[in-house]
Design a protein around this ligand. Sequence first.
Ligand code: AMP
Length: 395
Amino acid sequence: MKTVDNFNFKGKKALIRVDFNVPLDGDLKVSDASRIEAAKPTIIKILEDGGSAILMSHLGRPDGKVNAKMSLKHIADKVSEIIGVSVKFAEDCVGEKAETAAANLKSGEILLLENLRFHAEEENGDKAFSEQLSKLGDIYVNDAFGTAHRAHASTTIVADFFPENKCFGYLLAKEIEAIDKVMATGEKPVTAILGGSKVSSKITIIENILDKVDHLIIGGGMTYTFIKAQGGKVGDSICEDDKQELALEILKLAKAKGVQVHIPVDVLAADAFDNNANTKVVPVTDIPDGWQGLDAGPKTLENFKEVILKSKTILWNGPIGVFEMPTFAKGTIAIGNYIDEATKNGAFSLVGGGDSVAAVKQFGFEDKVSYVSTGGGAMLESLEGKTLPGIAAIL
Ligand code: AMP
């Protein structure tokens, strides 16, 4: 895997695809700069080599049209502040303005290009547009995991114009390594914890990881489809009746592959989908009508704890209960604590994909797990076993 460490950027212009799709507040100021911080090591390495950096990104969804509110010039000051170099700005990402600015760029300098998605050609993966982008730099660096699952001009097609001179930035390389540790090279026992609301949205992931894991913990709303399929009474819990057959097939397949599946045995049930509802702990197979399971129960958490603490590699995707409501967040917090403990004991833990990242951040587990993925959709597609076009283009 070629990274920026394989190149000396002295006197070279690096064309870097970053993910600066950051949130802006009402005054169009950056309200969360973590994505800019995340790209810093790659940019610094290039500048310290004696190279210059041309940064390209999208911001928001302008749908191929210029939209002043989504201009990347709003973030230029923040980039300057974080990198410690005054950033120059080009009012377009291709054409004369961009080419002149890039040609005039000196070693140690940074040029930020205008929003790629002001051109429809970006998302269409247009070849001519990609070629125009490619003219700006000598070496192409992809450091944007969040868009690596899209075959866009700047994430994938542009790489064709740098047959030798292309590589991953540190951030993207770290993401690839983290996923690889879980999906290919992880120390056993490997455990996947899958939560969230629906079987249907996780089915491809489940099918793919059955070949990679020793233990599969199923939690969250998915639980009830599995329980009902096996003849349990799930009351008013969320349940996909048309996926019951599939749930049984998954269990059969897991057994055939020697994967141990762990499903809740008790749940915290509520008489309404409400933080202030009446609650009681009941067996997962005997939830009364009018009640719904919204979090894992104490026996379940004990079982899950035992599995997690003996795991050496852990993947966590999806909350174990309705964590947005404090009454039903305890199971998700407990899982975070077990993973924290396992990680302290030497396990590698990866959290990624959608709501699990939100939960991890909300409860302060970010620094306690080995790695939190930055790309929601890209992470999910990786777990589904898909080759991401942005990664394939460099490999
Ligand atoms: P997903 O996007 O599939 O990862 O699902 C995340 C959502 O699942 C979160 O908003 C949780 O509130 C929800 N969720 C987790 N457990 C349950 C449950 N037992 N009943 C309903 N929703 C749940």
